[in-house]
Design a protein around this ligand. Structure first.
Ligand code: CDP
Length: 222
């Protein structure tokens, strides 16, 4: 079974995808973490965000590996380091480089081959798994998404001096870039179930998805 989950920043995709993966005992792949990891490598190497050729060259040589909940970049554990506001602020730039997308989409499709998987990102239903058995698009009001991200960073002591208003502005900017880039922008596929999670708890969203997945396909059309 293949499940695609897309949506803007802070809509709850990764939390929900992890929850669904656990309930269905399938693999979870956080594709955003891969774009974040490449961005961390670009920052560490002092590569300029305008230098698409250097970014592309680095993406081809970077080695990304997952071990449980951890992500490694070129052998180094970057699980925490890819969640900083600095990395968040630059990931959309790096993710708009066509060659970066080519490398990562290929890797994601390889991981999905022959595996039951739920993947979350921006282009999963449209590009990575166009034939997914189920597609979901999670959304929520931007104020709610900013609050969730603020609370998450605060709990991790990773706010880096950012206020709630800063986080909301960052999210709005990122959503705009992700939805307007030329290659594989964030879209809600026609065949995706769109769910507004603004007033829903994590358990409610997870139950809603499981219900859709467990429902016989012929009932879905009714
Ligand atoms: O967790 P959050 O929603 O904040 O973002 P993420 O899923 O970690 O993704 C970070 C960034 O990576 C996004 O803002 C996109 O620019 C990029 N991304 C992408 O372009 N395509 C994907 N499939 C996943 C992420």
């Amino acid at each position: 079974m293949q499940i695609a989950m897309d949506g803007p920043a802070g809509a709850g995709k990764s939390t929900i995808a992890k929850c669904v993966a656990k309930k269905l005992k399938i693999t979870y792949l956080d594709t955003g973490a891969m774009y974040r990891a490449i961005t961390k490598g670009v920052i560490d190497r002092g590569i300029c965000f305008d230098d698409q050729d250097a970014i592309a060259e680095y993406a081809h040589q970077a080695v990304i590996a997952f071990k449980g909940d951890q992500i490694f970049l070129d052998g180094q554990d970057v699980t925490r380091a890819i969640r900083t506001p600095e990395v968040s602020a630059h990931t959309s730039d790096v993710a708009s480089v066509p060659e970066v997308r080519k490398v990562l989409v290929q890797a994601q499709q390889q991981i999905a081959e022959g595996t039951d998987v739920i993947m979350d990102g921006r282009d999963i239903g449209s590009r990575v798994l166009p034939n997914a058995d189920y597609k979901f698009y999670l959304d929520a009001a931007v104020s709610e998404r900013a609050k969730r991200r603020y609370d998450e960073l605060k709990a991790k002591k990773a706010l880096d001096g950012k206020t709630l208003a800063d986080i909301e502005a960052d999210i709005e900017k990122r959503d705009y870039l992700d939805s307007h880039r030329e290659v594989d922008p964030l879209v809600c596929c026609e065949d995706a179930h769109r769910i507004d999670t603004t007033a829903m708890t994590i358990d409610q969203v997870c139950d809603c998805l499981i219900e859709i997945i467990k429902k016989p396909k012929d009932e879905e059309a009714l």
